[in-house]
Design a protein around this ligand. Structure first.
Ligand SMILES: Nc1nc2c(ncn2[C@@H]2O[C@H](COP(=O)(O)OP(=O)(O)O)[C@@H](O)[C@H]2O)c(=O)[nH]1
Ligand SMILES: [Mg+2]
Length: 304
């Protein structure tokens, strides 16, 4: 189980890995440490969208620390680099914080196309596999197609879904979904929201209304407000995330599409600059393509 998950992550971040590894194999860690090796590492990190700031920090750490430890072999420098990446990412993780209230509510936020509905579906699959009963709230009522898309996931995963007509008030859908789950004693409501982002004020109002509705049931909810970021836009997602962070208490980040991007290195500045744990990564479009983010496995997979 653990092994297959590891393989999956490896496969998922293959493109990122290729970007890093190909760079590394072309420079070859099998040589002595010299100035050009640092330059090559720097170029590779920048290409993987680690960002100027983090890249500088990493490379200057490598320079100083390799001097201090009297490292002369490229292979040892590679280990030092892994150590540093792990050090940056190690606290950037977290499990879902269940309260055991029935239902616990998990809210998905993010702009259109970031992967909210897909991640909601995949998370439902993971939770169901763990024995939880899950209900979807189709609170993206903006487009009929959005409701249909969630419905497809509800059939695939085998979980109930509460929906209204398109154009209905998202809060009303949520209210019904929570009520319905509560009366049946079900464990978790997963809320799929619309990704409209007119203005910050608009976003804030909408999110506050959603929150008020949820808190009519319990002040402890939602247990998670997960912000979904599209991994293919790399570091550009950071500003987007800051806007959402100001509008809502984002408790965790989901980075999607890490299977299809060379910009997966952006997870490093995302972790450093936002101070919000990355709870899951999306590595494909199948049911089992959502992984709890595990920094150690992630770094190992990059260098394996
Ligand atoms: N390759 C890949 N595609 C994904 C992933 N997550 C979402 N997608 C695709 O991204 C597109 C937008 O996803 P969707 O869930 O509809 O985004 P939403 O608008 O935020 O709900 C869809 O075509 C998904 O299949 C992922 O982890 N990997
Ligand atoms: Mg959607």
């Amino acid at each position: 189980m653990f092994k297959s998950m590891f393989e999956k992550i490896k496969k998922g971040i293959e493109k990122t890995k290729r970007q890093l590894i190909e760079g590394f194999s072309s420079i070859s860690f099998g040589r002595k440490v010299d100035e050009s090796l640092f330059e090559d590492i720097e170029a590779v990190l920048l290409k993987a969208d680690v960002g100027v700031k983090s890249t500088k920090e990493i490379v200057s750490f490598l320079r100083q620390e390799s001097k201090r430890r009297k490292i002369t072999e490229g292979q040892e420098l590679k280990e030092l680099l892994k150590e540093k990446l792990y050090d940056i990412l190690k606290d950037c993780k977290g499990d879902i914080r269940f309260t055991g209230e029935k239902p616990d509510v998990i809210l998905f936020l993010g702009i259109n196309g970031s992967g909210k509905t897909t991640s909601a579906g995949k998370l439902a699959y993971l939770l169901k596999k763990d024995g939880y009963s899950v209900v979807f709230a189709a609170a993206d009522t903006f487009r009929a197609a959005a409701i249909d898309q969630l419905e497809v996931w509800s059939e695939r995963v085998g979980v109930r879904m509460i929906k209204h007509q398109s154009g209905a008030d998202p809060s009303a859908v949520m209210f019904d979904a929570i009520n319905s789950a509560k009366s049946r004693g079900e464990d978790i409501v997963i809320v799929d929201t619309a990704g409209r982002l007119h203005t910050k004020e608009h976003l804030m109002k909408e999110l506050q209304k959603i929150k008020r509705t949820i808190q009519k049931f319990s002040p402890n909810q939602p247990i998670e407000t997960l912000l979904v970021l599209d991994g293919t836009i790399g570091q550009n997602s950071i500003n987007q995330a800051k806007t959402f962070r100001e509008a809502a208490d984002v408790s965790g980040i989901v980075i999607t599409k890490l299977d299809g991007t060379t910009k997966g290195g952006a997870i490093i500045p995302i972790c450093k600059e936002l101070g919000i744990p990355v709870k899951f990564i999306g590595v494909g479009e199948n049911l089992d393509d959502l992984q709890p983010f595990n920094p150690k496995e992630f770094v190992d997979a990059l260098f394996d």
